[in-house]
Write a protein that binds this ligand. Structure first.
Ligand code: AMO
Length: 436
């Protein structure tokens, strides 16, 4: 085990694997990373070294190369962590046309026998991979997903800030429901009943009524008992709220932000998209009323639903309008939460956005009039007293406002064409899974 690697010195001199391919033959470099693969061929030992930037080939020949490096390469387990100092050599056979001849090699951490298959196309099933997610994260394809997700969050922030929105943080422990009476995780808050936040809905509205344009990336908890490939019990949402706006203003803005996110992924994650074999397109935008959506779906002989789009209807719309964000507006008020503005004739200022066959976002024009809010709460068997400070916030100068929430994981799985939402969460929480 290495005791004598000075990381202070190393971090100043370190070369990342991806940079090796841009350096001249003969240059000495210091690398560190994981053993991706090893191969023995007569007197030659090959070791593929992987760091976060890529994979490089190390080659040692018995009797010719540094002896310690050769014997370490001869007897090293996959995914062990090593340090290598060596010289770059051009080689037509090596991936990327360069390899490293080691002068010095140290074992930093030896890996035990691996409990899952960490090959690029792992044969291990998802549940077992998730049991060992920390090891699954060694895989290039898994890293590619989370590098892309990082770009998505960065793009969201960039777009919001450049459009004058203010980033905010909201409480995760709340006193009353924001998305209806069910689906709450209860917590004991110094003897009082409290809940984990289902969304930052009420708080982002209260904030938009003073700071106008606000956004956050917020974790939400839903105690839903269903076990599907598109639901999590802990998920993340991109949230936006804007004062002096209606649902059409914020729908247009949502379309723009999704396009911006996808364009940035296309620009900055070419390598990751290639690893995942994804052909990503900037989506088109389409608007239709709920009534129109129902007619289209039913014409195709699929079940739609009266107050909400069925899963089948979302799928059908995805098939009919691929690579398109479909904004379904003028939604029946019965299918929307108490904070959505009624429009009369049973309709509302609420909408859903459907993309590649699944809901990615819902939002709408909000109720900023206390009397309407109280009425809608009662109609849903909720007690206005439990929402007193929220309702009161609209008594002292509340502008009309609108907004939306979009699932980070939903958007990730849909742009990457991944079937199970658990694949796009580092450490998913579903009904069965609380560790790791
Ligand atoms: P809603 O409950 O529709 O609306 O959630 C908004 C978006 O968040 C994602 N999402 C989920 N993703 C995975 N697992 C879940 N259990 C889950 N629940 C929601 C979806 C969904 O479209 N406050 C409102 C938004 C608003 O009006 O501003 C809300 O939370 O992509």
């Amino acid at each position: 085990m290495s005791k004598d690697l000075d990381f202070g010195e190393f971090s100043k001199k370190r070369t990342y694997v991806a940079d090796v391919f841009n350096l001249e033959e003969g240059k000495e470099v210091e690398l560190a990373g994981w053993v991706y693969d090893t191969r023995a061929l007569g007197k030659i030992r090959f070791l593929m070294l992987r760091d976060i930037s890529g994979v490089a080939q190390i080659v040692a020949v018995k009797g010719k190369s540094d002896e310690n490096s050769f014997s370490l390469m001869d007897n090293i387990s996959r995914e062990s962590v090593i340090y290598v100092k060596g010289e770059i050599k051009n080689s037509a056979q090596a991936p990327g046309g360069k390899e490293i001849i080691p002068h010095e090699m140290k074992l930093i951490s030896r890996a035990d026998e691996l409990p899952i298959d960490v090959a690029d196309y792992s044969k291990t099933e998802l549940p077992k991979r998730l049991d060992y997610r920390f090891l699954d994260l060694h895989r290039k394809s898994i890293q590619a997903i989370f590098k892309i997700q990082s770009t998505m969050m960065q793009a969201f922030r960039e777009f919001m800030v450049s459009n004058g929105a203010i980033e905010a943080q909201f409480p995760s422990i709340i006193g009353s429901s924001s998305e209806g009476g069910t689906e709450l995780f209860e917590a004991n808050y110094f003897g009082k009943k409290a809940f984990l936040s289902q969304s930052c809905q009420l708080y982002k509205q209260m904030l938009a009524c003073s700071m106008e344009k606000v956004f956050t990336i917020f974790t939400v908890w839903r105690a839903e008992k269903h076990n599907t490939v598109r639901h999590l019990n802990e998920a993340r949402q991109f949230d936006y709220e804007q004062a002096f706006a209606d649902e059409f203003v914020v729908m247009e803005f949502l379309g723009e932000v999704v396009k911006y996110i996808i364009k940035k992924v296309l620009k900055e994650n070419k390598k990751e998209l290639e690893i995942l074999e994804v052909k990503l397109k900037v989506p088109k935008i389409k608007y239709m009323t709920f009534k129109e959506a129902k007619e289209i779906v039913e014409k195709e002989k699929a079940h739609c639903g009266d107050d909400d789009l069925s899963t089948e209807a979302e799928k059908k719309l995805g098939e009919l309008f691929s690579d398109t964000i479909i904004f379904v507006h003028d939604w029946p008020i019965k299918g929307k939460p108490f904070y959505i503005m009624p429009k009369g004739e049973g309709l509302s200022g609420g909408f859903d956005a459907i993309y590649n066959g699944m809901e990615i976002s819902s939002g709408g024009q909000r109720v900023h009039i206390p009397e309407i809010l109280e009425k809608q709460l009662r109609e849903r068997n909720l007690d206005p007293l439990d929402f007193k400070s929220y309702i009161d916030s609209f008594r002292y100068g509340a502008p009309p406002h609108a907004g939306w929430g979009m699932g980070l994981e939903r958007l990730t799985m849909l742009i990457l064409g991944i079937q199970n939402i658990r694949e796009v969460v580092l450490f998913p929480r579903d009904r069965e899974r609380l560790t790791p």
